[in-house]
Ligand binder design. Structure first.
Ligand SMILES: Nc1ncnc2c1ncn2[C@@H]1O[C@H](COP(=O)(O)OP(=O)(O)OP(=O)(O)O)[C@@H](O)[C@H]1O
Length: 408
């Protein structure tokens, strides 16, 4: 996260990301009131359009070049669609999100809704909601008061019904009277989501809404977030650096790196056909195998999001090999190195060269070869005492369905 983001309190942003001190409900109501019924036919047809958007920041030092945080990005988010912006820290995801919100000026390009540019529309009149990592709830209001923030001016009974409906939607039925201080981190984000959804913004912008939570809570909330967005038919742009989260929450995922868009597609499509090695690595593919007629094959290490391409756990690769669905590369261990906490084998495969294999990939002794020290390794579980040593002959079993061939 960058530290210099403008906070909602200084922008007069819509009540979906209010300021405890100076946020204005009037701004958002005016924004909603200024729209014609449903914004017309064109608006119905198209959602968000991002066209060749460039966001630049002033040079950090004198004589240095300005930083192009977003460098010519174009994408669309259809009505009712959830699109995740996925990429490593500093790749420009938040800058793009903020540019869409109107919090960051465009150095070039255009942002449209329903085909019409919103670049000259003030932030609070765009009818775009925002939700951040830290929820930014009002501590002086109870839960219901937070959710009702963007509903000011509506009949009291209607507001109460909407608040209760949203509390149910986010899994906190009856929590309206609770004080914000009594909520857990996960509950706070649920309330923040309910508040963001309350005025039914035409676009919801979510900036790492789950990243402050611990892993297991994040996984559960990602599912609940997806369900809430679907149930409300909300069009959303969702920033995350976590590929699992992106794949759970979004209909399509846009992978960014260094200010540019590398690939956009539904999760399963990205898994099956990553555009290049950079995308593949970011999605969790680990071992890259150069092959003569097929440029690069690689094996992923984490489960894919759909059943059709689900990566089998290491033990199951044994049966994969037995049923003939595995390719086997035979070679000699050059080195065993530890990468990101897990041992990685560097194996010299004749005709291919050095192949790097995560030890979660099946490694078994070659039949007939000199018995390596220790048991057949990792064939049925994580590597233990049977770690091969340099000079051991091993076979790497690569499941066909766990391999993709990258375009040259
Ligand atoms: N206000 C700013 N002034 C100068 N440089 C900035 C500013 N905000 C962001 N940057 C720089 O722009 C680049 C993109 O930052 P941005 O926050 O958009 O990336 P990100 O992908 O959202 O990263 P993270 O996941 O860490 O938040 C980074 O190099 C960052 O240092």
């Amino acid at each position: 996260m960058t530290t210099s983001r403008t906070t909602p309190s200084t922008t007069g942003l819509s009540p979906t990301s209010p300021s405890p001190t100076s946020g204005s409900a009037a701004g958002s109501r005016a924004g909603a009131a200024s729209r014609t019924p449903d914004d017309g036919a064109r608006d119905r047809a198209a959602g968000l359009g991002v066209r060749d958007v460039v966001v630049r920041y002033p040079a950090p030092r004198r004589r240095a070049e300005p930083v192009a945080a977003v460098d010519g990005v174009s994408l669309d988010v259809a009505r009712g669609e959830v699109l995740a912006l996925l990429g490593p820290s500093g790749c420009g995801k938040s800058s793009l999100l903020r540019a869409v919100a109107g919090l960051e000026p465009l150095a070039d390009g255009d942002v449209t809704w329903g085909g019409a540019s919103v670049v000259d529309v003030p932030v609070h009149r765009r009818d775009f909601g925002l939700m951040f990592q830290d929820g930014q709830l009002f501590t002086h209001r109870d839960v219901a008061g937070n959710i009702a923030y963007g509903l000011a001016g509506r009949p009291r009974g209607q507001v109460a019904a909407r608040v209760e409906h949203l509390l149910e939607l986010v899994g906190l039925p009856g929590a309206g009277p609770r004080a914000v201080a009594t909520l857990s981190g996960g509950e706070r984000q649920r309330v923040a989501l309910a508040r963001a959804l309350a005025p039914a913004p035409r676009l919801l912008l979510l900036d790492e809404p789950l990243s402050a939570l611990d892993r297991s809570l994040r996984e559960r909330l990602a599912l609940d977030l997806r369900a809430a967005l679907l149930a409300t038919g909300t069009t959303a742009l969702f920033v995350t650096h976590d590929q699992d989260e992106a794949f759970v929450v979004a209909d399509r995922v846009a992978v960014m790196s260094a200010g540019r868009l590398l690939q956009v597609g539904p999760p399963a499509q990205l898994w099956r056909a990553p555009a290049d090695e950079q995308v593949a690595r970011f999605l969790g593919y680990e071992a890259f195998v150069p092959v003569a007629d097929a440029p690069v094959a690689l094996r992923r290490a984490v489960p894919a999001p759909d059943d059709a391409t689900y990566a089998l756990p290491p033990g199951a690769l044994v049966s994969g090999a037995a049923t003939g669905s595995a390719d086997v590369l035979t070679g000699v261990v050059l080195a065993v190195r530890t990468r990101r906490g897990s041992p990685t084998l560097h194996v010299d495969v004749p005709g291919i060269g050095e192949v790097t294999a995560a030890t979660r990939a099946l490694v078994a002794p070659v039949p007939g070869a000199a018995e390596p020290a220790g048991p057949a390794l990792a064939a049925r579980g994580p590597m233990g005492s049977g770690m091969p040593t340099p000079g051991d002959e091993v076979s790497l079993h690569i499941l066909r369905e766990a391999v993709v061939v990258l375009p040259r």
